[in-house]
Design a binder for this molecule. Structure first.
Ligand SMILES: [Zn+2]
Length: 304
């Protein structure tokens, strides 16, 4: 994975905020330096084969995304490797965007972040973003850019309420384990961002999260949820904390003038071998980039 400049170079650049460079340098020597595994060529070929050949929307201008995959907590090696490969291939094949990849906190330096149209958090966990980077990211999105979260991205911002609110929720366990095949329903089959699923619910092997506050349906459009009418999926009780049994899987929302797309699918590499999942992610990224129009206003709270 590329790094764009060294931590030492960043230190000289970061005169804009006291403490930013010190924190980055300290963290650099600690956790978060793991590299995702090399996936078998057969797996990479399956991901390539599942990649959409064309984007749903034409990019209004040349687009660039930054994929960030650092972890201070649980490290989803396969999910990061599979997701990064899929994201690179989708951009290359469809022309929807070009993608850069990093796990270096230095990329949040404002002049660097400004080069991008959207930030994608691929399975990041328990991030320790310096305060200046937090403010920079809030401004980046609020002034009209995009934010995309994949799977463990909601496991990243426990100490940063504004960030958790922007992304839309915090991880609160995964009652539906990675070994299971679970059922999903479309909250709104006709919604343009649900086109990938062809109007129907689906089943998929993945690890599915439960969210706690700031998760709410009041500030977003929920696209996909667990289908609890499926006996296997609805029969899970261990670890369930939500008394309202509202288990959203994917949503879109606005933050200021910017756009946010989050989906909890993507624990391991198998998920990125599914053509519908990849189409869903590409459409979500195009929404976040501002190229694919979609209504992100909340529906009535009663209509789950
Ligand atoms: Zn996971």
């Amino acid at each position: 994975m590329k790094k764009y400049f060294s931590v030492r170079a960043i230190g000289t650049l970061l005169l804009f905020a006291t403490g930013f460079d010190t924190v980055v340098t300290d963290l650099h020597a600690q956790a978060g330096e793991k590299s995702p595994p090399a996936l078998a060529s057969a797996v990479l070929q399956k991901i390539d084969a599942a990649t959409p050949s064309a984007a749903t929307a034409k990019a209004r201008q040349s687009r660039r995304i930054l994929v960030f995959w650092r972890c201070e907590g649980f490290f989803h090696g396969e999910g990061i490797a599979g997701g990064n490969h899929a994201l690179a291939e989708m951009g290359r094949k469809t022309g929807a965007y070009t993608a850069d990849f990093s796990n270096d906190y230095g990329v949040f330096e404002p002049a660097n972040l400004a080069k991008y149209d959207a930030l994608v958090l691929n399975n990041t966990t328990q991030l320790k973003l310096p305060e200046a980077a937090q403010q920079g990211l809030l401004e980046f999105v609020r002034k009209g850019k995009g934010l995309v979260g994949i799977h463990a991205a909601t496991d990243s911002f426990y100490d940063w309420p504004e960030g958790a609110s922007m992304l839309g929720g915090l991880f609160d366990g995964h009652p539906w384990g990675a070994g299971g095949t679970w059922a999903f329903k479309l909250d709104e089959p006709e919604h343009p961002l649900n086109r990938a699923w062809g109007g129907k619910g689906f089943k998929l092997q993945d690890e599915i999260y439960q969210f706690k506050s700031p998760y709410t349906r009041a500030d977003r459009r929920v696209l996909v949820s667990l289908d609890l009418s499926d006996p296997t999926t609805g029969g899970v009780e261990k670890g369930i904390k939500r008394t309202d049994r509202d288990f959203a899987v994917a949503w879109i929302k606005n933050e200021g003038q910017g756009r946010v797309f989050y989906c909890s699918l993507g624990h391991a590499a198998n998920v990125f071998q599914d053509a519908k999942v990849l189409r869903f992610y590409l459409d979500g990224i195009q929404f976040a980039l501002g190229d694919l129009e979609a209504d992100s206003s909340p529906r009535k709270l009663s209509s789950k």
